[in-house]
Write a protein that binds this ligand. Sequence first.
Ligand SMILES: *Cc1c(COP(=O)(O)O)cnc(C)c1O
Length: 428
Amino acid sequence: MSRSAELFDRAKAVLPGGVNSPVRAFRAVGGTPFFVDRARGACLTDVDGKTYLDYVCSWGPLILGHAHPAVLDAIRGAAERGWTYGAPCAAEVDLAELVRRRMPALEMVRFVNSGTEATMAAVRIARAATRRDVIIKFEGCYHGHADSFLVKAGSGVATLGLPDSPGVPGALAELTLTVPFNDAAAVQEVFTRRGKEIAAVIVEPYVGNAGFIAPEPGFHEALRALCDRHGALLIFDEVMTGFRVAPGGAQQRLGVRADLTTLGKIIGGGLPVGAYGGRADLMRLVAPEGPVYQAGTLSGNPVAMAAGLATLRETERPGFYDVLERRTARLVAGIGDAARRQGVAATGGHAGSMWGVYLTAGPVRTFAQAKGSDTGLFARWHCAALARGVFLAPSAFEAGFVSSAHTDADIDFTIAQLDAALGEARAR
Ligand SMILES: *Cc1c(COP(=O)(O)O)cnc(C)c1O
């Protein structure tokens, strides 16, 4: 028995499903998850000594790869000065200023500890500011695990094929209306019926939690216009896309400005940080400046702030995003060529270094179309790729990531292994 299998057996007795976040359990692809011993650069090494090229990158935060020396130095340096104060520190101001410079829509920012906390708070502000209760979200989009968002959600909810979660009061779920992504006409129809009740539209500007889905041209402009016409707020959930799809996130790439924006993942460089921010008039509603309550014992933690600052500063090197995007485009094109060689229907896409491939002819513009992909073949492909040293997200409905630690040679190796793995998966 492998050490991973032993650990997983022990884990299942003390942790639900053996994990602390559902998709890690490999339920959608079968087999036993590997337990990690250490990680560096583009690679993870498991407790049995096997090394994998990592395209999960901790589900998004690690745009520099694992254990980047500059981030490690920043974490060490910060920790030596104490690791939580319960009082303000300079790094919070530095990071907030850096965020505002990169994403001007965030005129003011509040740091929290996760993406879930950020989206929860953003909706609370939207409800307070508009004095309305209803929100619109899109099928397959994931905004963390807060009650209001577990309605037709993506990520693990989609991966495991779960119905809307038990434990969410019906009275609350009724306040979340869902619409297909990329369907501006459907959003317009909901606004026509219930415009006076709608506080906000929340959207992943590029969907990453139902696999990767790009917005159609004009979709976000239409959301912006509908929100303005009906007095609702537009919330861009950039927990995944922020600092990922462009230096200034999806809002820079798309040229659309949100009223409120949520951040997470890269902003903490792999330590637990989330943030929400936006128009100053809205952010001034937050306590202690205003009446909307939101607080956190460890929020603005100095070690986490230092990791986020060091990570974001590294991404400001000239050409950083261009090189990453070029490598990612090559990876996605290479997988497409491999699928054609293997006679497998596939469609892929990317924005910056966020990418995805569906095993279906496509095109995929909605979650319903994404669900048409061959999940059985994906599971066998995932398993064969893992055996060949390539770690893809253990779900057909998650985006992948390329980090600056992935070299051109890594990409070539990956395409060759994924090509062979696809052949093996198809034959089985
Ligand atoms: C990951 C993610 C979240 C949740 O963030 P956590 O830090 O896991 O709570 C929310 N929204 C989007 C778009 C995400 O990708």
